[in-house]
Design a protein around this ligand. Structure first.
Ligand code: ADP
Ligand code: ASP
Ligand code: MG
Length: 476
């Protein structure tokens, strides 16, 4: 018997009609005699609203957070009412929803009294969305005759205490899933698990980062040795670019783990960047499919790339980043400057998205998110204080309002002239390229541009991807 892990995103559970599609999809798989594990996101918009209630509570705006809390309670109760009929299934779910809503209001009140919030309390508050949605989806499945039960992933995913972007503790998580979740599947239960969250050993909820439900689902797929992971979302699959930037975006039938890893890391919102990690080592295939168009086969993501002549497969972009440049004539041949720079950057919790160094060794530059740029500069200047005093290093420059644009495609490997074509295209589009980096795997080329040029750059580069696809299709 096959086991499927299926994750449904925010839009896919965002309305009672959408949940109706979810029920039909799950039932169809169960009828094909497959075991199904369901992982759910919060209803669309709920996580954002929960973060908003944290901010309102800190500011002491009692009326605002209480009215948001009331809205959340009503939205979830209304969905339950539409999806179930009077009886024990509805009563039990209703009581659970009300209890969580009471807890939400109480936690916000505690934050207001303290006038401050810790990352731990923030995580406790923002996990309510998935907890509500899992209860409702499980109740709707039960109502449709499925032996479903809602579970809080705090029970199975053990993490460290880095609230806001916690890391799973692999050994303990594997044991919990093997010993406590797999037996439920064996008993014929269809578990409905909360995405996005885990729990520390001392019982505090943590979150895996925004958009983290994809990652949760991959963890469950890996440790239950699932035959397939299906990410059900609101588009037909992984596309050649963000359809909100260029409407000509097309669905890619096949993408390799490596390609999708680059795509997600460099801004394709369709998957959380860590999603491929847990399934890659186990070679578990993943499919991205559309809850609102289940006839479409979606995108298959697997171990190796189907041989393709497509050179540039997809184009992505990351906004809200800054370029930091460390320069100085005295840097030439001095070891350790880059090392200390990156350590200082890591110390302030800034993730480095891209690095580029000119061969002269007189400067190097790298990209971090805007909200960490100034903090990183201060930390680097402190770490290089001696070099700056000796004037070996001039300064650390921050260029805000830039963006990273990335071309992804395994076909670029070993194809001469790709970089030339990319940058000629940028020149023709009138886009100034500020810095360039190529992954060692040659699966991606990234470059930095002014944020204002982003739509133009993505569209122009996407022309190349579409040309490349057309050339392959044309050649049969
Ligand atoms: P979910 O709530 O299902 O997790 P997300 O909103 O997180 O859905 O991700 C799906 C969205 O990602 C799509 O609606 C689309 O607008 C956006 N997106 C950005 N880049 C891409 C891409 N390359 N392929 C597909 N979708 C993309
Ligand atoms: N609900 C969470 C978020 O909005 C996690 C997810 O949807 O994947 O970030
Ligand atoms: Mg998502």
């Amino acid at each position: 018997m096959k086991t499927l892990t299926m994750k449904f995103g925010g839009t896919s559970v965002g309305s009672p009609e959408a949940i109706g599609n979810v029920i039909a999809i799950v039932q169809a798989e169960l009828q094909r005699d497959q075991r199904v594990m369901v992982v759910v996101s919060a209803f669309a918009g709920v996580t954002d609203l929960l973060y908003e209630t944290v901010r309102e509570a800190v500011a002491g705006n009692k009326w605002n957070y209480l009215s948001a809390s009331q809205k959340l309670r009503e939205r979830h109760l209304e969905a339950l009412t539409i999806l179930t009929t009077t009886g024990p299934i509805r009563d039990e779910a209703q009581a659970a929803i009300e209890k969580l809503a009471d807890q939400h209001a109480q936690l916000c009140q505690a934050v207001t009294i303290l006038g401050d919030v810790t990352p731990r309390i923030t995580d406790a508050i923002v996990t309510f969305g998935e907890r509500w949605s899992s209860i409702i989806v499980a109740a709707a499945l039960q109502h449709a005759g499925v032996n479903a039960t809602a579970y809080d992933s705090g029970q199975f995913i053990r993490t460290d205490d880095r609230h806001g972007s916690a890391t799973p503790i692999w050994g303990e998580t594997e044991t919990l899933i093997r010993d406590q979740l797999l037996p439920l599947l064996d008993q014929g239960v269809t578990p409905v698990l909360t995405g996005f969250m885990g729990m520390t050993a001392d019982g505090h909820h943590t979150t895996l980062g925004r958009g983290g439900s994809d990652y949760s689902a991959a963890i469950y797929a890996a440790f239950t040795e699932s035959d397939e992971l299906v990410i059900w979302t609101d588009v037909d699959g992984v596309m050649t670019t963000d359809p909100r930037i260029d409407q000509r975006a097309r669905v890619l039938p096949n993408v390799s783990y490596q390609e999708v890893g680059e795509l997600a890391f460099y801004g394709a919102k369709v998957l959380h960047p860590k999603t491929v990690q847990p399934i890659l080592v186990k070679n578990i295939p993943m499919r991205v499919r559309n809850t609102f168009n289940p006839q479409h086969p979606g995108t298959l993501i697997g171990p190796q790339n189907i041989p393709t002549a497509t050179v540039i497969k997809a184009v992505t972009s990351v906004r809200h980043v800054s370029l930091l440049t460390v320069s100085g004539r005295g840097m030439l041949g001095v070891p350790g400057i880059a090392g200390r720079t990156f350590l200082a950057t890591a110390d302030v919790g800034a993730n480095i998205l891209m690095i580029s160094q000119a061969s002269s060794e007189q400067h190097f530059c790298f990209v971090v998110m805007n909200n960490k740029a100034l903090e990183a500069r201060e930390a680097i200047e402190a770490a290089l204080v001696d070099e700056i005093e000796r004037e070996d290093v001039d300064c650390v420059e921050v260029m805000p309002e830039v963006a990273i644009v990335t071309a992804v495609g395994a076909g670029m490997r070993g194809t001469p002239g790709v970089a030339g074509r990319i940058f000629t295209q940028m020149g023709e589009a009138g886009v100034n390229v500020i810095a360039i980096a190529q992954g060692a795997s040659e699966v991606s080329v990234s470059f930095v541009i002014a944020e204002a040029d982003i739509d133009q750059a993505v569209t122009a580069l996407h022309d190349l991807a579409l040309e490349s696809i057309a050339a392959v299709n044309g050649s049969g």
